[in-house]
Design a binder for this molecule. Structure first.
Ligand SMILES: *[C@@H]1O[C@H](CO)[C@@H](O)[C@H](O)[C@H]1NC(C)=O
Ligand SMILES: *[C@@H]1O[C@H](CO)[C@@H](O)[C@H](O)[C@H]1NC(C)=O
Ligand SMILES: *[C@@H]1O[C@H](CO)[C@@H](O)[C@H](O)[C@H]1NC(C)=O
Ligand SMILES: *[C@@H]1O[C@H](CO)[C@@H](O)[C@H](O)[C@H]1NC(C)=O
Length: 356
C-alpha cells in the first residue's frame, strides 16, 4: 500500500519545489473574482419570472444559471460558517467561480461563430447550446439544482418550476426532475447525497448569535466532488455527438482540465472561495486556438502557462500508464488524511508554479 503512495508523491515532490516562495501572479483581489453580475442578483427564487403560477427558468441564459448558483450558495451558507468569513467557506464556491470564469473567458460562445453568446461585460448574455463547456455545465448545474429540490433542501420553493426547453438537441438534455431522474438516476442520487449530508447536520454551538453546524469539511467536499464527477461523466459521451469546441486544442485542454479535476477531487481539494479563486487565476483567459499548439503564445501569462502545461502533463502521464496513474493516485489518496494533504500540496505546486 505504501509503495502506491510513496512513488507518485515522491516523484512529484522531488520535481517541484514544495511550499516555496511567493507564487507569482496571485495577487488579484477584490470583486473581480466573483462571477460577472454576481452582485446584481440576490439569489432568491422569487427573482425568476412567474407565468401561470409557474417559475420560468431559461438554462441557456447566463444570468439564470448564475441565479441558481447563488440560490444554492445562499441556502447552504449556514452549514459552512466556520470555514471562512463572509461565507467564503461554502464548498460550492469552486463550481460557482468556475462558471463565472467560463463565461468571462468566452467559453460559452457558439464555437462556429464566436460573436454569438460572447461576454460583453455590460449585459448578461447567453450560453450557446453547441458549446462544449456550456453542455458540461448544463449537467452539473441542472442536476445539482434538481437534486436540491428533490431532496427538499430548498424548502422555499412552493411553485412549480418550468425550464424552457429549446428544440435543439432536445433529446440530449433533461429539463425536469422527472426527465433527469429517468435518464440519470445514479447522478441524481449522487448529487442528493451532498444535500442529505448537509440536512443531517446538527447545531453544535452558537457563536456571536450564529449557529454553527457540525459539518465535516472533508465529507462535504468529498460529496460535492463526487456529484461533480458523476455529472461530468454524463456529459463526456455526448461530446462527439453534439458538443463543439472552438478548436481541437481547446477540446484537448477541456478534457485534460476535467481529468486534472479528478485528481484534485481525489485529494479532497478545497473548494472554498479563496482556494478556488487561487486555483482559477491560471485558467486561460481565452479559448485556445490550434495555432496555440505546441508553443504557447505570449498573450498567456506565467500562471496560465503553468496551468495549461500541468494539466497536459497529468494527462500525458495518465495516458502513458494506460490510466493507472489516476487509479494509483486515487488509491494513494484513499489511504489517510495525510496522503490527501500531501496530494493537495502536490497539486498546488503543479498548478500554481510554472514548471517550464
Ligand atoms: C427562504 O426563506 C427564508 C425565510 O423566510 C429566507 O430567509 C431565505 O432568504 C429564503 N431563501 C430563498 C432562496 O428565497
Ligand atoms: C462579501 O461577499 C460578497 C458577495 O457574496 C461580496 O460582494 C463582498 O465584497 C464581500 N465582502 C468582503 C468584505 O469581502
Ligand atoms: C455571427 O453572428 C453574428 C451575430 O449573430 C452575425 O451578425 C454574423 O453574421 C455571424 N457571422 C457568421 C460568419 O455567421
Ligand atoms: C477507499 O477506501 C474505502 C474503504 O476504506 C473503499 O470502500 C473505497 O472503495 C475506496 N475508494 C477508492 C477510490 O479506492
Amino acid at each position: 500500500m505504501w509503495s502506491a503512495l510513496v512513488i507518485p508523491t515522491f516523484l512529484f515532490l522531488s520535481c517541484f519545489s514544495v511550499g516555496s516562495a511567493q507564487i507569482p501572479g496571485s495577487v488579484t483581489h477584490g470583486n473581480d473574482r466573483y462571477p460577472p453580475f454576481w452582485d446584481q442578483i440576490n439569489g432568491d427564487i422569487a427573482e425568476f419570472p412567474v407565468q401561470d403560477n409557474k417559475i420560468i427558468i431559461d438554462l441557456w441564459k447566463y444570468k439564470d444559471r448564475l441565479q441558481i448558483y447563488k440560490i444554492l450558495i445562499r441556502e447552504s451558507n449556514k452549514y459552512f460558517v466556520q470555514f471562512g468569513k463572509n461565507d467564503t467557506g461554502n464548498v460550492l464556491w469552486g463550481l460557482t467561480l468556475l462558471y463565472g470564469k467560463l463565461y468571462k473567458t468566452g467559453r460559452f460562445v457558439k464555437p462556429s461563430n464566436s460573436s454569438v453568446c460572447a461576454y460583453e461585460g455590460e449585459f448578461p448574455g447567453c450560453i450557446s447550446i453547441d458549446s462544449g463547456w456550456g453542455g458540461f455545465n448544463f449537467y452539473v448545474l441542472t442536476i445539482y439544482f434538481l437534486a436540491a429540490i428533490e431532496s427538499g433542501f430548498l424548502r422555499n420553493i412552493s411553485q412549480e418550476i418550468v425550464f424552457l426547453s429549446p428544440e435543439e438537441h432536445r433529446s440530449y438534455f433533461c429539463y425536469s426532475i422527472e426527465e433527469c431522474r429517468a435518464s440519470f438516476p445514479q447522478a441524481m442520487d449522487t448529487a442528493k447525497k451532498f444535500y442529505q449530508y448537509l440536512q443531517s447536520r446538527k447545531i453544535l454551538s452558537i457563536v456571536g448569535g450564529t449557529p454553527v453546524y457540525n459539518t465535516d469539511k472533508d465529507t462535504a467536499i468529498l460529496y460535492m466532488w463526487d456529484a461533480h464527477q458523476a455529472l461530468i461523466d454524463i456529459g463526456k459521451p455526448m461530446f462527439n455527438d453534439i458538443f463543439q469546441y472552438s478548436s481541437a486544442t481547446e477540446r484537448d485542454f477541456t478534457f485534460n482540465f476535467l481529468l486534472a479535476i479528478e485528481f484534485c477531487a481525489a485529494a479532497i481539494y478545497r473548494s472554498f472561495f479563496e482556494s478556488s479563486a487561487e486555483f482559477l487565476v491560471g485558467f486561460p483567459h481565452r479559448p485556445l486556438t490550434d495555432e496555440d499548439d505546441p508553443i504557447l503564445p505570449s498573450d498567456f501569462n506565467i500562471r496560465e502557462k503553468a496551468l495549461m502545461s500541468s494539466v497536459k502533463l497529468i494527462s500525458n502521464i495518465n495516458q502513458m500508464t494506460g490510466g493507472s496513474f489516476l487509479t494509483v493516485w486515487k488509491k494513494a489518496m484513499n489511504v489517510s488524511k495525510i496522503t490527501q494533504f500531501l496530494g493537495r500540496l502536490v497539486i498546488k505546486n503543479l498548478l500554481l508554479i510554472p514548471n517550464t
